[in-house]
Design a protein around this ligand. Structure first.
Ligand code: ATP
Ligand code: MG
Length: 392
């Protein structure tokens, strides 16, 4: 029965004269999200409203699911659109609408009319009263409740007339593409995909980098990261994933530096390389899935030692989250099952038995001096040879 959706968007409406940029980004993201849904759709914007209209048959559930993944949407209203053929016809359609949506129901209700087209012969209050009367005649079990109605029937009189009564919650946030771009350090774990999702929700476009260490990490481990990038892309739009070959660098650090400092030095090189690729590709920040105290490399001292090697801001949206809360989000966004597939990631191969948990940045800096200028050439090469995979 519903051939269209009215899209409600919140936060972006307050953006003053930038508003149209936000709306255009939202239009683009809606079109992107609907591209794999069965059916074809017309997505339009008029007078501060956005509509998705199906052109012919389509899959309602799939369309709603897709729209629920578009950041910036706060409400998805299945809507019936009518040509204006006079008030009599409208009243008939309203009664028909309630009959098909709710059957012989006995809910309390309220009609909420809005006359955006001021030439319409009846005023909003009159429309409310007259339609309310018709509804009561046809459905004797229903009752008007203007304060806390169970059912709110919206009637918007514009060029055409829009009827809706259901608002399906959207994800909120801001449309991707309205807040620049950042580079996500994406491992095969639970945390980093969630971190990417959260930052994308603030309107940031996401690129990703994965540090691969063949043969210590398998093709399967890499595929898992590609799969995770695809899951993030369902929300964030296409993700450019850079796969960096990290083997040589890891082995070299392993050869030269104290083993209990391996993880921290490796992480510093990951950040350096990620920042280099970010600079080259237009990202303004880095994103990690780090959370204080989760593992030895995420104590405050470790985070400080890792952080000092880059000048870009590092966004760590999970910094104060408990693992349990991160898991809850990863289940909700459907990355959890992929994340827990048992494929090694590169850090686990080279972990020391007793890694430092309170590294002193000055000491780490000194250890890194044991790496000759060879390391700079390796970093250059890692940046230059990164493999680009476009996902989603
Ligand atoms: P995750 O669940 O995201 O893997 P984690 O709890 O396993 O995190 P670490 O392995 O210490 O924690 O990694 C911390 C962060 O560093 C990750 O959230 C991710 O952003 C980044 N990271 C770790 N390993 C890699 C990798 N191989 N490639 C890209 N980024 C990585
Ligand atoms: Mg990990």
């Amino acid at each position: 029965m519903f051939k269209a959706f009215l899209i409600k968007y919140g936060e972006i409406a307050i953006k003053g004269k930038n508003r149209y940029l936000f709306e255009n980004a939202l239009l683009a993201q809606i079109r992107h999200a609907l591209k794999d849904v069965e059916g074809s759709f017309l997505v339009t914007k008029e007078q501060g409203r956005m509509y998705v209209e199906a052109q012919g048959d389509y899959d309602f559930e799939e369309a709603v699911e897709a729209l629920k993944r578009v950041f910036g949407i706060v409400g998805i209203c299945p809507v019936v659109i009518l040509e204006d053929e006079g008030f009599e016809r409208l009243a008939e359609e309203v009664v028909k609408y309630l009959g098909s949506c709710y059957g012989e129901c006995d809910k309390t209700f309220k009609v909420h009319a809005r006359r955006a087209r001021k030439t319409y012969p009846l005023q909003s209050m009159e429309i409310n009263a007259q339609l309310g009367g018709r509804i009561l005649e046809r459905f004797p079990g229903m009752k008007v409740d203007v304060h806390h109605p169970k059912l709110m029937l919206y009637v918007e009189i514009r060029e055409r007339i829009y009827l809706y009564s259901d608002v399906i919650p959207g994800p909120g946030g801001m449309p991707v593409g309205t807040n620049g771009k950042s580079m996500l350090l994406l491992s095969g774990g639970i945390d980093s995909p969630v971190a990417g999702y959260m930052v994308a929700k603030r309107g940031v476009k996401i690129d990703a980098v994965y540090f691969h260490a063949p043969p210590y990490t398998s093709e399967r481990a890499k595929q898992k990261v590609v799969d995770l990038a695809a899951k993030v892309a369902r929300y964030a739009g296409p993700v450019y994933l850079y796969v960096v070959n990290f083997t040589e660098i890891q082995l070299y650090i392993y050869e030269k530096c104290p083993h209990e400092e391996l993880t921290i030095i490796m992480r510093r090189y990951m950040m350096r390389i990620a920042e280099r690729i970010a600079e080259k590709t237009g990202s303004l920040g880095l994103i990690t899935g780090e959370s204080i105290g989760q593992v030895a490399s995420q104590t405050v001292q470790s985070l400080a030692a890792t952080n000092e090697v880059c000048t870009m801001p590092v966004f760590r949206p999970l910094i104060a989250f408990d693992k349990e809360d991160i898991v809850t989000i990863s289940k909700r966004i459907d990355t959890f099952e992929t994340s827990i597939q048992p494929f090694e990631d590169c850090c686990t191969i080279f972990v020391a038995k007793h890694p430092v948990t309170k590294p002193n940045a000055a000491v780490i800096r000194k250890s890194e001096l044991k790496l000759s200028e060879k390391i700079d050439a390796m970093v250059d090469e890692a940046v230059e040879t990164a493999e680009l995979i476009v996902v989603g």
